[in-house]
Design a binder for this molecule. Structure first.
Ligand SMILES: NC(=O)C1=CN([C@@H]2O[C@H](COP(=O)(O)OP(=O)(O)OC[C@H]3O[C@@H](n4cnc5c(N)ncnc54)[C@H](OP(=O)(O)O)[C@@H]3O)[C@@H](O)[C@H]2O)C=CC1
Ligand SMILES: Nc1nc(=O)c2c([nH]1)NC[C@@H]1CN(c3ccc(C(=O)N[C@@H](CCC(=O)O)C(=O)O)cc3)C=[N+]21
Ligand SMILES: [Mg+2]
Length: 293
């Protein structure tokens, strides 16, 4: 029996409706419109999609948004000046510095410069620390979106073996943290480029999250029948293969063995945007006087 497809678009739409309702109540009560500022350095086609989706979603949810673009040649200090300006602007509640940054920029230094209360990506060490102690201030957008999808699909994680492919600060690591947390209660293994017997480790998984950035990397032989497979990957296919998007999962083949599976597009991507909206409201609450947040 082929896998049940998890409809990320639908789950995200319902999630965004709840955010929209909460934004309206917040704005009514405080007179404040939550505002998300995105900082983009240079041109990157993959980033452009994300920026567009975010801006459209903000508008629909009653959240203000602004785009701050710097040329690909921008210096570290240009970028820090931009971030400091947004930190000091009381009308801006959330700041997102789009990754990756050009190579002349020290990515960590820039992310560390974002005011912790405006750090809607949950990248600042203070927020990562809070997350790791299971008292999060902000949800890591993509991993939290994955947890929402698992829950919407009725996938049990407690006591199950979860395998996360990838150990990045943006997806793999915080994903492992959320699956491990009390309440989710999975037994978590994190794999990376040095993992031995990767296929065998993957075959142990009841829940498998692929976030490595290699098109169609996860093949059917790496998946135990019935496993819930979440495909975080967003990879642009070469022109010879049609130039479309592909996840990290070999969708057509894995679909025949997995219990449930997310498509790309229409899976995790829309959830990332939805959680980002929620975090922007949370940031506005934390920064608005009289709001316990
Ligand atoms: N849907 C969404 O909202 C989002 C999607 N993405 C997508 O998710 C994917 C991953 O992104 P991101 O985490 O930023 O990527 P990174 O490149 O930062 O990290 C990739 C990770 O995968 C590991 N890896 C790479 N190749 C292999 C391999 N052959 N075998 C095992 N492990 C491997 C790397 O190992 P090592 O550490 O050893 O190098 C690394 O830990 C990308 O396709 C990206 O576009 C990203 C963010 C949000
Ligand atoms: N500071 C920072 N935070 C991020 O969260 C971040 C980032 N930088 N840099 C880039 C990656 C990638 N990312 C995506 C989010 C949503 C979609 C998305 O909405 N995808 C839709 C549409 C895809 C399409 O049609 O092209 C989908 O998968 O259905 C894609 C990609 C966030 N990232
Ligand atoms: Mg997706």
């Amino acid at each position: 029996m082929p896998a049940t497809l998890i409809d990320g678009k639908a789950v995200a739409a319902a999630y965004r409706d709840r955010v929209q309702t909460d934004v309206a109540a917040f704005t009514q009560r405080t007179g404040v419109t939550p505002h998300l500022a995105a900082v983009v350095v240079g041109e990157n086609p993959a980033s452009a999609v994300y920026v567009r989706n975010k801006q459209r979603a903000c508008e629909k949810a009653g959240i203000g948004s602004s785009l701050h673009t710097l040329p690909a040649t921008a210096s570290q200090s240009d970028l820090l000046t931009c971030v400091h300006g947004l930190n000091d602007d009381p009308t801006v509640h959330g700041i997102l510095v789009q990754l990756p940054l050009p190579e002349q920029i020290d990515e960590r230094a820039v992310l560390d410069a974002v005011a912790p209360l405006k750090d809607v990506d949950c990248f600042h060490p203070e927020n990562v620390g809070l997350l790791s102690q299971a008292r999060p201030r902000f949800a890591p957008c993509t991993p939290a979106g994955v947890m929402e999808l698992l829950s919407a699909a009725g996938v049990e994680t407690s006591g199950k073996r979860a395998v996360v492919l990838g150990r990045s600060e943006i997806v793999g690591k915080p994903m492992a943290m959320l699956l491990l947390a009390r309440g989710a209660d999975a037994t978590v293994t994190v794999c990376h480029s040095r993992t031995a017997d990767l296929a065998a480790v993957c075959r142990e998984a009841d829940v498998l999250v692929a976030a490595i950035g290699r098109a169609k990397f996860l093949t059917a032989d790496m998946v135990k029948p019935g496993t819930a497979v979440i495909d975080v990957g967003i990879n642009r296919l070469p022109e010879e293969e049609g130039g479309g998007l592909a996840g990290d999962v070999d969708f057509d083949a894995v679909r025949e063995v997995a219990g449930s599976l997310t498509p790309v597009p229409g899976g995790v991507g829309p959830m990332t945007v939805a959680v980002l909206l929620r975090n922007t409201l949370t940031a506005a609450e934390l920064q608005t006087a009289g709001e316990p947040g």
